[in-house]
Ligand binder design. Structure first.
Ligand SMILES: CC(C)(COP(=O)(O)OP(=O)(O)OC[C@H]1O[C@@H](n2cnc3c(N)ncnc32)[C@H](O)[C@@H]1OP(=O)(O)O)[C@@H](O)C(=O)NCCC(=O)NCCS
Length: 188
């Protein structure tokens, strides 16, 4: 009964503006990641987004690339904030008819391996469902075993390989694994 109450409360808190109140009142019932929130990225977020980006990749995106994504009307540009409104992760998606492509997902190093990547992906899948998309696609380096494990744990499947898609630091190229997630539309 108590467990059920906290579970219900947790669901509410994830979407409720009063999360800090609940965190203080029931500190043991929620973990930090449960209390993190998603909102649309703005230009003012770019310094923090670029700092996180620099920690995630050998060849980070430039500011210009992020600005292009912010200008494009068919992009979903998201940040995730902790309870102190500090940006801890971001995700860029492009949205076309029937499909969402995940172009960039990056979690701040000290927030990794705590379930935030999974929570962010679930958020993106939820948004894809709202857009009536049927599939979510992404590309990942074969060497990025952590990311591949995350995507597989959510139900993504490998659908192909793009030969020599990514640059490597030693000047050679690395393939991209293409992955897809199928959204079940039970109302159809
Ligand atoms: C890849 C990345 C997004 C994962 O985010 P995260 O918050 O650390 O992932 P989570 O804690 O939600 O992990 C969820 C599941 O993914 C898998 N996983 C995540 N990181 C892993 C790792 N380093 N090694 C093995 N499995 C891992 C596990 O199955 C994990 O479930 P478990 O904790 O129950 O075992 C994050 O490491 C990151 O931002 N990396 C740098 C940028 C990047 O590579 N982005 C992806 C580009 S395609």
């Amino acid at each position: 009964m108590i467990k059920k109450f906290f579970k219900g409360l947790k669901g509410l808190v994830t979407y409720d503006a009063d999360r800090e109140f609940y965190a203080k009142t029931f500190p043991d019932s929620l973990n930090r990641v449960d209390l993190m929130r998603f909102r649309k990225m703005t230009k003012a977020d770019l310094p923090k987004v670029l700092a996180i980006e620099a920690t995630g990749y050998q060849f980070p995106w430039t500011e210009g690339l992020f600005l292009d994504c912010l200008k494009a009307g068919h992009y979903g540009n998201w940040v995730c904030e902790d309870t102190e409104d500090k940006i801890v992760a971001f995700c860029i998606t492009s949205i076309a008819v029937g499909e969402v492509n995940i172009l960039n997902l990056c979690i701040a190093p000290d927030e990794r391996k705590q379930g935030l990547g999974k929570k962010f992906m679930e958020h993106i899948i939820e948004k894809a469902k709202e857009k009536k998309a049927e599939s979510v696609f992404l590309e990942v380096r074969p060497s990025n075993v952590g990311a591949i494990a995350l995507y597989e744990s959510l139900g993504f499947n490998q659908i192909g390989v793009r030969d020599g898609y990514y640059k490597k630091e030693d000047g050679t190229r690395e393939d991209a694994i293409m992955m897809a997630y199928t959204i079940m539309n039970f109302s159809a």
